[in-house]
Ligand binder design. Structure first.
Ligand code: GTP
Ligand code: MG
Length: 299
């Protein structure tokens, strides 16, 4: 049971596609511009990330230079591709050799199928910031169709990503969501909390990554702007980084606006909760109290 909670995640794709950049931003408190200093990854860099209390991600960031790739597919084949829960394969949208990238990708998919037949596969079409905004959707759809056709009939999920905006958080939250144990239980608690606090919306974030774990929206929101959860992840993450530069620690936050008020607070040792209350709702103290009471149910 304990062992089952350690999930092996392979991060692959050709050299320079942006694997270590994403990992450093999501899990190690880098901001996007810090990634310019990263050198090429030599062989495989392992990291263990304690996610929610009992979930540990065992990240294998596999350096993508040709010689390493050949090694993974030959000598180290079993070692690399065995017991994999998730493969994340990164494609640089600016790659001048997409066809060649696809051949390597197919070889990896084949090795994965032979060694970890139940692994989930995610393809990230990355560095989309380098594509003109109005061309992104079309280009992404084209790439996705090709990737699906090269995946040996296995199911894949594709995301378009960039380290320069919230798409990074959307993709990684989507991936990690599939790995979280006890989700139904967690979501029941979240629903109950939202209704007790009489909140409009409640969002649960993982503490270090600030990835969205789950959310409950109770009343229909008049003009919901798309990707608002991921935007919050991105903004709060940058805010936390500024706080840590000033040697202060971010713990809680309250925002009062015309139509609503919002509270971010620590919920459990591994989570933050964001509670959106309607305008003119109960006093802040009541909401904070509700959060305090909820803590023990989530721990
Ligand atoms: P290997 O370790 O050699 O396999 O490469 P890698 O996939 O780990 O690449 P790395 O993360 O080191 O990134 C290479 C370069 O791409 C860095 O200079 C990053 O700043 C840049 N980069 C990463 N993500 C993005 C992105 O979304 N957009 C843009 N424009 N550049 C990015
Ligand atoms: Mg790297």
């Amino acid at each position: 049971e304990r062992k089952g909670r350690k999930k092996k995640v392979l991060l692959m794709g050709k050299s320079g596609s942006g694997k270590s950049s994403m990992r450093s931003i999501v899990f190690s408190n880098y901001v996007a511009k810090d990634t310019r200093r990263l050198g090429a990854t030599i062989d495989v860099e392992h990291s263990h990330v304690r996610f929610l209390g009992n979930l540990t991600l065992n990240l294998w960031d596999c350096g993508g230079q040709d010689a390493f790739m050949e090694n993974y597919l030959a000598t180290q084949r079993d070692h690399i591709f065995r017991n994999v829960e998730v493969l994340i394969y990164v494609f640089d949208i600016e790659s001048r050799e997409f066809e060649r990238d696809l051949i390597t990708y197919s070889s990896c998919i084949e090795a994965l199928r032979d060694n970890s037949s139940n692994a989930r596969i995610f393809c990230l079409v990355h560095k989309m910031d380098l594509v003109q905004t109005e061309l992104r959707e079309r280009l992404f759809n084209e790439r996705r169709d090709v990737l699906v056709s090269r995946s040996l009939g296995l199911a894949i999920t594709c995301f378009q990503t960039s380290i320069w905006d919230e798409t990074l958080y959307k993709a990684w939250a989507g991936i990690v969501y599939t790995l979280i144990p006890n989700l139904p239980q967690l979501e029941t608690h979240l629903h109950r909390f939202a209704s007790i606090a009489d909140a409009e919306e409640v969002i649960l974030f993982e503490r270090t990554t600030f990835l969205v774990i789950s959310h409950v929206t109770r009343s229909p929101i008049p003009n919901p702007f798309p990707d608002r959860f991921e935007k919050i992840s991105n903004i709060v993450k940058q805010f936390k980084q500024s706080c840590s530069k000033m040697a202060s620690n971010f713990t809680a936050f309250e925002l009062r606006a015309a139509g609503f008020s919002a509270f971010i607070d620590v919920l459990t040792p591994n989570t933050y909760i964001l509670v959106v209350m309607p305008a003119g709702a109960a006093e802040s103290a009541t909401t904070l109290m509700n959060i305090a009471v909820a803590r023990k149910h989530f721990e």
